[in-house]
Design a protein around this ligand. Structure first.
Ligand code: ADP
Ligand code: MG
Length: 314
């Protein structure tokens, strides 16, 4: 087994949508059961890698929004507070599931921590004028969605959408780097991080949700990550997704991925930011990025599943 110092740093980004499978209501027991699938794999990988876990929150932050809208007696909270809530919610779920999985494997003393994380955004980001990030439940018909937020059409159906500025820097990057150096498994940047703007030396929250894949690429750049795995609810990135001509990519170079992105194969708010995050990751020093399903994280790392984004294809 490699020594602590030689272990490469692996970043696994877990999709919020992968915690609620198609056709499920998203009860807590369903979410725990779904979560165990990627987390058991991460536990098995822990002797081989230093591990950072990030996670999405689109279904969860959307359901918190619906919960608060259904209770007029309680003052409404802005999105940054709801994102913070999902960091606690999912951080707890991931941490406790990981703890159990490590125990099952006979490595009960591996240190792990989940960290409330802020991510700085730019107040002049043009994203503030156009909501693009789908959150919450999927509605088959437009009229089924509650009012208050614009709707976007996704391959899954209609969803409410919120503004999603780009991540500029991760506030806790130094702390994360130190924890990784100490071989902690670190859960951070949940739901893309709590979006804040810098006002002098202080931070103040903004009503938005950052894409967790773009936040993960920024984190990877600032902390130093070797391999980036994006685990989601599809087997990888496909061309002509959802059509008769659909084909999943096995390997792709960043240059080619960029061309496919420009020609509309990977939409905003879902596969687009994943592919963009992988391109960004390789441009800023990452060695290999994989987009794979939550069931196939280990296979994705072995190269036998998912879409591998590689700097050069032989
Ligand atoms: P996550 O919660 O994991 O971030 P997203 O819903 O944001 O999940 O992104 C995954 C979704 O992207 C898939 O469920 C699929 O419907 C959609 N998608 C859109 N375009 C593509 C594509 N070209 N290839 C694969 N999936 C795609
Ligand atoms: Mg997403």
């Amino acid at each position: 087994m490699p020594s602590k110092m030689q272990k490469p740093v692996l970043l696994v980004a877990l999709g919020g949508n992968a915690l609620i499978r198609k056709g499920q209501k998203g009860t807590l027991s369903e979410q725990f059961e779904n979560l165990a699938v990627p987390v058991r794999q991460i536990a098995r990988l822990s002797p081989l890698y230093k591990i950072i876990i990030t996670h999405g929150n689109a279904p969860q932050v959307g359901s918190l929004l619906l919960q608060q809208e259904s209770c007029p007696a309680v003052p409404k909270l802005p999105l940054e507070i709801l994102v913070a809530q999902t960091q606690g919610w999912l951080g707890y779920m991931i941490e406790s599931t990981l703890d159990s999985s490590l125990m099952e494997l006979g490595v009960p003393s591996h240190p792990l921590v989940s960290l409330i994380s802020y991510v700085v955004v730019d107040p002049t980001d043009p994203a503030f004028s156009a909501p693009t990030k789908p959150i919450g439940p999927v509605y088959r018909r437009k009229k089924d969605a509650p009012p208050g937020y614009p709707l976007v059409k996704t391959p899954k159906g209609y969803r409410r959408s919120v503004v999603s500025p780009r991540p500029v820097t991760i506030v806790e990057k130094r702390e994360i780097r130190r924890l990784i150096g100490e071989d902690f498994i670190v859960i951070c940047c949940g739901g893309g991080g709590i979006p804040v703007i810098r006002e002098g030396r202080a931070f103040s929250g903004v009503d938005a949700v950052i894409d967790k894949d773009l936040a993960s690429a920024k984190l990877a750049e600032e902390v130093g990550v070797d391999i980036f795995v994006i685990a989601t609810d599809v087997p990888g990135a496909a061309l002509d997704y959802g059509s008769e001509r659909e084909r999943f990519l096995k390997t792709v170079s960043p240059e080619r991925a960029k061309r496919y992105l420009a020609t509309g194969h990977f939409p905003d708010g879902s596969m687009g930011p994943k592919v963009e995050a992988c391109i960004q990751f390789l441009k800023t020093g990452g060695k290999r990025a994989v987009i794979t399903s939550v069931d196939a994280i280990e296979k994705g790392l072995e190269g036998s599943a998912g879409t591998q984004i590689l700097p050069s294809i032989p």
